[in-house]
Design a protein around this ligand. Structure first.
Ligand SMILES: Cc1cc2nc3c(=O)[nH]c(=O)nc-3n(C[C@H](O)[C@H](O)[C@H](O)COP(=O)(O)O)c2cc1C
Length: 392
């Protein structure tokens, strides 16, 4: 566990520490976003527009947060969203998996992750494996089957990616691999962040920037860019492809990246168990409204047929409660846990999860609700046109 001095009380503080500790290029890779950053900003800002309607007496002594997502029982309605980041911490996704398991919740593992699905599943058996549509049907199935054999309980297919890569604030330079040339180029950043560098050297390695879960059987893991190239060269999937994969997989199946209610219906038709209303944390098509604005129309369209999750902009427990009041079953978090991991490794991820859980509890108490399942739109003050006239 962290010493008391390492403890932080908000996600904003975790982000400040992450900024101080990480080399600039790694920090910027987590900030991410695309184009002008309109969507990334709105994802967070929109939560501030929603108000609460608190109560002050006859409040519930006990508050319950347990629920299930894709068949997995979780202690509170926050799940780790899959993120493909390579260089934040030497333990990487295994540390995240341990922290999530310790907190009693589930994790999505990116196929672009730095640690093998077998190692991550050993640390948290409530694991969902996330895939993009990369390569042939045969290769896609091989990867899914490997994840299943490792113990993954569900499959998440992320569909919202349009290969936009420009950012007005600049993209970090990411080397193809950390060879001598790249190390010399990045050396000044390492020198400026000695603690980060020491963490890696203690593990006897530097980030290797490979994607072990995308390796073909018997082949070495491709580099991040090698895998990205394969993805760019893959014909784009149809709903028929998605229905095929869902059929082959057989178990709980989620489609991540839904914004349009019609796509939500198509995902249901394809047999999805869950969908996540998401704009990829603002990393996809800039100008898409905040995910929380798009949630109500999707809930109205398919909320009784599929588990509706959402992700994007969650930074505190109150945000989670707002999303649940608007109809989400649970939320996924991305940057919040990445800041925690950058600030203090596994303990930092646990710290973030605890902040969210306590924040949910406080909001339930303030609203006079004894369970997350009692939350409804009546708990919120929703300004006119919060949803930007987004229609089902
Ligand atoms: C650095 C970074 C890498 C990501 N990589 C993936 C990925 O590999 N697969 C995926 O489905 N989503 C990925 N996402 C999107 C997240 O799963 C999630 O949708 C998003 O971060 C939610 O927004 P938030 O960061 O505001 O919580 C990534 C997001 C970030 C910030």
């Amino acid at each position: 566990m962290a010493s008391t001095g390492e403890w932080f009380e908000t996600v904003a503080e975790a982000q400040r520490r992450a900024r101080r500790r990480l080399p600039k290029s790694v920090y910027m890779a987590l900030v991410a976003g695309s184009e002008r950053g309109i969507t990334t900003e709105d994802n967070v800002a929109a939560f501030s527009e929603l108000g609460f309607r608190p109560r002050i007496a006859d409040l519930p002594q006990e508050r319950s947060q347990t629920t299930t997502v894709m068949g997995q029982e979780i202690a509170f309605p926050v799940v780790i969203s899959p993120t493909g980041v390579q260089a934040v911490d030497p333990e990487g996704e295994v540390a995240v998996a341990r922290a999530a398991a310790g907190a009693g919740t589930a994790m999505g593992l990116s196929s672009f992750a730095s640690r093998a699905v077998e190692d991550v599943a050993a640390a948290n058996d409530k694991l969902f494996f996330q895939m993009y549509w990369v390569g042939t049907r045969e290769r896609i199935l091989q990867r899914a089957e490997r994840a299943k054999a490792a113990g993954a309980k569900g499959l998440i297919v992320t569909l919202d990616w349009s290969f936009a890569n420009g950012r007005d604030w600049g993209s970090p330079m990411i080397p193809e691999k950390l060879d001598l040339k790249a190390m010399l180029r990045f050396a000044p950043e390492g020198v400026l962040r000695p603690r980060y560098l020491a963490g890696w050297l203690k593990h006897g390695k530097l980030p290797d920037l490979t994607t072990p879960n995308l390796a073909a059987p018997g082949e070495p893991a491709p580099t991040f860019f090698g895998a990205y190239g394969e993805w760019m060269g893959t014909p784009l999937p149809t709903w028929e492809d998605i229905a095929w994969l869902r059929q082959e997989w057989g178990g709980p199946f989620a489609v991540k990246g839904i914004t349009h209610p019609d796509d939500a219906r198509r995902a249901v038709d394809a047999g999805a168990t869950a969908i996540s209303v998401s704009n990829h944390g603002g990393n996809n098509l800039d100008g898409t409204p905040a995910a929380i604005r798009l949630l109500p129309a999707v809930v109205d369209a398919v909320g009784d047929q599929v588990e509706v999750l959402m992700d994007g902009g969650i930074r505190r427990g109150g945000d989670v409660v707002k999303a649940l009041a608007l109809g989400a079953r649970a939320v996924l978090i991305g940057r919040a846990y990445l800041w925690g991991m950058a600030a203090n490794g596994e303990a930092g991820v646990a710290n973030v999860l605890q902040i969210l859980r306590q924040g949910i509890d406080s909001a339930l108490l303030g609203l006079g609700r004894s369970s997350i399942h009692e939350l409804s739109r009546d708990d919120l003050v929703i300004p006119p046109d919060f949803t930007r006239s987004w229609k089902g």
